[in-house]
Design a protein around this ligand. Structure first.
Ligand SMILES: [Zn+2]
Ligand SMILES: [Zn+2]
Length: 407
């Protein structure tokens, strides 16, 4: 086949996807059959590295000081750098051999990102630039990407792509910014009946803090969320509780408002400590997640190509399923990021983290969706490689959104 124009390159991409599709299915199946928890993805990360190495990618382990992270690179230094973020951590608590399962379909993410990378590697004569598949551990737990950012794991990448199977197709998906704080109040133990006047009650402090937070809740913007639990509140009823511990998770649509709320929650804790005379310690017990920054020009580009491969059932953001939080939000603060939620279109709507998801995320439905997403993403990336103005516009749009957010 002679390759003369954009359309010929598209046809070549379709041919390459067909040729290697069985491999992408094998990748998905291997990861699916070896479900490993966040930070323990040794088999999965090594397998993916070896697979990409077999297609002439230069693979490095560990990456960003993380044992189960990796980077696989292909291309030259004379053009744009495109990042494809693979996830491959599973979830605990399923009826499988080792009790873990890929109920969030991260096997599909890993295989789809590999698929995009491999097809692009076969089109190399027609662009200048580099593909980086970055293996990012522990999305479901501590959010490995958050720890990778300060190590420069995504530095120098111009645009990042990732996709996730869901029950609806949403291109402008959102994720809530989130901070989780542990509060420890220390009081003074005393006999609760004989010498109550000598006690300082740390459980009272915890309860007063919850009352403060409940009052705060009435006056939050509608996208604010605060949810908490009490993890320690005394050891016996006849001892004034010396130690009271609670955890609060604070979320909001945007990082800036989430931080405001978090500081008000800390004030509630300080107030409770003052009222009771307790000492207060607090710290973040999980990584802080940021909201997801969407870049309209990048969404338009990808949407156009998704439509061209038959994915047309886009749900408007307002109708999308309620968002959670993800470490990809933090990455989207660093560089333009396209995060696609794609409707699996199976026999029943996909509910991730359910038992039934295990039947669906490595099925023929999933492989069909993989083929469509691989092609649409390859077409989008080829446009970025070949159109410097488009790439610059996307980067500029991202920079201007970030400037607005900083105000
Ligand atoms: Zn999940
Ligand atoms: Zn997931």
């Amino acid at each position: 086949m002679t390759v003369n124009d954009k359309n010929d390159i598209k046809l070549l991409a379709i041919e390459m996807e067909k040729r290697y599709h069985h491999e992408f299915q094998e990748v998905s199946t291997y990861i699916f059959d070896h479900p490993e928890l966040g930070g323990e993805e040794h088999l999965s990360s090594r397998y993916l590295g070896a697979y990409l190495n077999g297609h002439d990618f230069k693979v490095s382990f560990p990456y960003a000081d993380m044992e189960t992270a990796f980077i696989a690179e292909f291309g030259d230094d004379e053009g744009p750098v495109i990042g494809l973020l693979a996830e491959y951590d599973g979830l605990p608590g399923y009826h499988t051999e080792n009790g873990n399962g890929h109920a969030c379909g991260h096997n599909w993410i890993a295989a789809t990102m590999c698929g995009i990378a491999v097809v692009l590697s076969k089109l190399k004569p027609y662009y200048k630039g580099k593909i980086k598949v970055i293996g990012t551990p522990a999305e479901e737990t501590y959010g490995g990407k958050v720890d990778m950012i300060p190590k420069g794991a995504f530095a120098g990448v111009d645009v990042i792509f990732q996709a996730h199977l869901e029950s609806a197709t949403v291109i402008d998906s959102s994720a809530l910014a989130m901070q989780s704080i542990q509060f420890e109040f220390t009081g003074k133990a005393a006999h609760a009946a004989s010498f109550p006047e000598e006690g300082i009650n740390a459980l009272d402090a915890v309860q007063l803090m919850f009352m403060g937070v409940n009052s705060l809740r009435q006056h939050m913007k509608s996208d604010g969320r605060i949810h908490g639990i009490i993890t320690e509140g005394g050891v016996a009823t006849n001892i004034v509780p010396e130690r009271g511990v609670c955890q609060m998770t604070i979320r909001a649509k945007e990082r800036a408002y989430m931080e405001q709320l978090a500081s008000r929650v800390v004030d509630c804790a300080k107030g409770a400590a003052l009222i009771t005379g307790c000492q207060l310690n607090h710290w973040n017990f999980e990584n802080i997640f940021y909201d997801l920054v969407n870049v309209p020009k990048l969404m338009d580009l990808t949407k156009r190509h998704l439509e061209s491969v038959g994915i047309t059932n886009f749900l408007p953001k307002e109708m999308a399923p309620p968002p959670g939080s993800t470490d990809l939000g933090n990455v989207s603060y660093v560089c333009p990021t396209l995060y696609l939620e794609v409707d699996l279109e199976a026999d029943v709507p996909l509910k991730v983290h359910s038992d039934e998801a295990l039947r669906l995320v490595n099925s023929t439905f999933a492989f069909k969706k993989m083929q469509q997403v691989v092609l649409a993403t390859v077409f989008s990336i080829m446009d970025l490689f070949q159109d410097a103005t488009l790439l610059n516009d996307i980067k500029e749009e991202h920079a201007s959104i970030m400037r607005r957010k900083a105000v």
